[in-house]
Design a protein around this ligand. Structure first.
Ligand code: MSP
Length: 502
């Protein structure tokens, strides 16, 4: 039986178009989903839209539109963007789906009946942009500690979830069970939130754009509780291939990974495992990445108005280049800068000068010396033995890095792989080689290794690796195809895989 991997992105708010910050999370998830498929896992990759809440309600009102009509238009643009970026998601969930809404009501009732929910009054601060409650102490200079916006002081009747009962439990889970990666985020969570963990207000009454609870129709479910449930509710849809218990029950062997940006780790690593525990479900793994910041060091965000539209970038530079930049240039887990200048430098110095060049040189030489037919490998020399060993070490490193979600390191390893091969061409000077057996061996090794590179890059560079497979007249299949021999293959045309940007 195939191993199973369940990967999710946050579900994004359809209050505006998406920017490259959102594209970043989604590309990381897509890389991992494709990588696992290449490892022969059965993969379920979930993304979607988080459609309720005050921010969306106010925005629709401002536009004098029905909230559902308003969000539907934006959700369509999300799907369009993901298709254009080659995001291989399995399902797109909308929190306005009937199935999701029914599921949330049912689970709310379950929590209610288990006595985890009680009625009270909330008094505190609320940031509409982050849809988050804060205590006075958590505010920074009276403003939202996450995005810096003004908060509203609210005082309203609400239902609370007994989160604080699980304070010790979650503290130990975070400290001991490695559910939150990278590990330095654990300390942040403990210090900033866990030590003063309070019950969570989980319903709102001041507006009605949300899921009504059965217990009290004046109340709608707090948008974060509503949203987190998406990771479970998707398995209640009638066309679901996987069953909720098989994924979420304690004895499940499915690997679950939530990819999130650092500003929403609190919800995913504290509240969410507690809610799951209340419902007798297991803990997920959560990976938190950093932010994309502008050249001047500011977080890119809709509220700051400094966002970059990924659609424009892929039209200008193509999607592989953008996907490459996002994974390679931002150290996975940390903040990283984006500017068009950096993107262009990346394309020219790596994708063109190194990667395209390696393939172009190899293709030209095989066309010139062997009429385009890949020769077979003869006796390899000591240098080549060392080279092959080193490249094998790179392959191993690449797998370890991806498995540990050090994706930028994984890509750096592949860049070293390319450099090694370019260096191999430089030192073996095939253009001076008179011995046909030697020349055959060099060309055969190069083709085999370019194919290996194409397989290893295929979760990230989706179109350009496809071109390599077509050039080699082969199919991608999966990683078991590594080290395939291409003797006697009549090469197709490839030209320059990436074009230099002026
Ligand atoms: N709807 C919630 C998530 C609910 S999940 C149960 C939400 N949505 S969001 O539209 O604001 O998207 C947040 C996600 O977008 C972050 O987790 C992060 O992945 C991504 N990013 C938004 N701005 C970002 C950057 N500038 N840089 C990197 N990622 C950023 O929060």
């Amino acid at each position: 039986m195939k191993k199973k991997f369940y990967i999710t992105t946050p579900i994004y708010y359809p209050n505006d178009n998406l920017h490259i910050g959102h594209a970043y999370t989604t590309v990381l998830a897509d890389f991992l989903a494709r990588f696992k498929r290449m490892k022969d896992y059965e993969v379920f990759f979930l993304t979607g839209s988080d459609e309720h809440g005050q921010k969306i309600y106010d925005k629709a009102k401002e536009k004098k539109e029905d909230p559902l009509v308003f969000v539907t238009r934006i959700v369509d643009s999300f799907k369009d963007l993901w298709n254009k970026m080659g995001i291989s998601y399995s399902k797109f969930i909308r929190t306005t789906d009937r199935e999701h809404k029914e599921f949330v009501q049912k689970k709310f009732t379950e929590l209610f009946n288990k006595n985890f929910i009680y009625k009270g009054k909330y008094f505190g601060f609320y940031c509409k942009i982050d849809e988050t409650f804060f205590t006075k102490k958590q505010l920074i200079n009276g403003k939202c500690p996450v995005c810096g916006a003004e908060t509203d002081l609210i005082s309203e009747e609400t239902y609370f979830l007994k989160i604080s009962e699980f304070k010790e439990w979650i503290k130990n889970v975070l400290k001991e069970e490695n559910i939150l990666i990278p590990n330095f985020r654990v300390k942040e969570m403990l210090k900033n939130f866990v030590y003063e963990l309070e019950d969570l207000s989980v319903t709102r009454i001041s507006f009605d754009w949300g899921i009504k609870i059965k217990e009290d129709f004046h109340h709608i479910v707090y948008v974060w509780l509503d949203a987190l449930f998406n990771y479970l509710s998707i398995f209640s849809y009638s066309d679901s291939v996987w069953n909720i218990d098989e994924v979420w029950k304690e004895n499940s062997s499915v690997e679950i990974l939530h990819l999130v940006g650092k500003e929403i780790v609190r919800f995913h690593s504290i509240y969410w495992p507690i809610i799951l525990k209340m419902l007798n479900y297991r803990k997920p793994k959560i990976f938190a990445h950093g932010w994309i910041i502008t050249a001047s060091g500011e977080k890119m965000s809709k509220s700051k108005g400094n966002v970059v539209d990924p659609l424009i970038l892929i039209e200008k530079f193509n999607r592989d280049s953008l996907r490459f930049f996002l994974v390679n240039n931002i150290v996975t887990g940390e903040d990283g800068r984006f500017s068009e200048k950096l993107l262009i430098e990346n394309i020219n110095s790596i994708l063109v000068n190194k990667f395209s060049n390696l393939i172009f040189r190899t293709d030209s030489m095989i066309k010139k010396y062997f009429n385009g037919v890949v020769p077979s490998q003869k006796k390899i020399n000591t240098n080549e033995k060392i080279l092959i060993k080193e490249l094998f070490k790179f392959q191993k490193e690449y797998f370890e890095y991806v498995d540990n979600i050090k994706l930028s390191n994984a890509i750096k390893t592949l860049i070293s792989y390319i450099e090694k091969l370019n260096h191999y061409i430089d030192i073996s000077t095939p253009w001076k080689e008179k011995n046909i057996d030697r020349l055959s061996t060099i060309m055969n090794i190069l083709v085999k290794e370019i194919h290996n590179l194409a397989l290893l890059f295929s979760p990230l560079l989706i179109d350009s690796t496809e071109k390599i497979f077509i050039w080699l007249k082969t199919e991608k299949i999966n990683f078991s195809n590594l080290n395939k021999d291409f003797s006697d293959t009549n090469l197709g045309n490839i030209g320059h895989l990436f074009e230099r940007i002026k």
